[in-house]
Ligand binder design. Structure first.
Ligand SMILES: [Zn+2]
Length: 195
């Protein structure tokens, strides 16, 4: 039993999230077996993710369906880029531009503070909390894409992005390594009944 199959049956519990904004953002698609599953369909799904994820900006108090759509419109290119950076799929300049647009939608400046020697990062304009969150997530994705420990766990029931904690780490955790080995064994010996 993978455990993941149970987790994605209803509202996800997000226990696998990495605790990093860019990865938590991208890891809203999961595999059931080898089939990909979208986990964000509704405002309730997005609300549950907002409660569980590590956010780079304050949590918007409530979300509407248009926020779900805006979330996915940025998440999809971000996910493709992060996967491409791990050798899964091709890098797309158009996807990079979508992330850049989200970053540019909420400009920041380094302003002089009220006290000498203090520099404050200030947001220009008055973005909605959700627009601010998406812009910050886009910035987190940009930064994660420069990481040399970014990896994709290519196990059935997972497919999640993670940061390697040691060189040559192939799986996000031991359960995925076990599932991948079992899957490989079953592929080789589809009718094997011995343990
Ligand atoms: Zn995994």
């Amino acid at each position: 039993m993978s455990g993941y199959d149970d987790l994605v049956a209803e509202t996800p519990s997000w226990v696998w999230l990495e605790g990093h904004p860019a990865l938590d953002f991208a890891n809203t698609v999961i595999r059931r077996g080898w089939t990909e599953l979208e986990l964000i369909h509704s405002c309730a799904d997005l609300e549950s993710w907002l409660d569980a994820a590590t956010l780079p900006a304050p949590r918007p108090r409530r979300v509407v369906q248009a926020d779900v759509e805006a979330f996915l419109a940025l998440r999809d290119p971000a996910l493709r880029l992060l996967r491409a950076a791990t050798g899964h799929g091709l890098w797309s300049a158009a996807d990079a531009e979508l992330v850049n647009e989200a970053i540019a939608s909420v400009p920041v400046i380094e302003a002089l503070g009220a006290t000498r020697g203090v520099i404050e990062t200030r947001t220009l304009g008055s973005p909605s909390p959700f627009a601010l969150l998406l812009a910050r997530l886009a910035g987190e994705v940009r930064d994660a894409l420069t990481s040399d420990v970014l990896a994709l766990c290519d196990a059935p029931g997972c497919g999640q992005l993670f940061f390697r904690r040691r060189p040559n780490q192939a799986w996000c955790g031991p359960p995925c390594g076990t599932r991948a080995r079992v899957a490989r064994h079953q592929q080789k010996r589809p009718r094997a009944t011995d343990a």
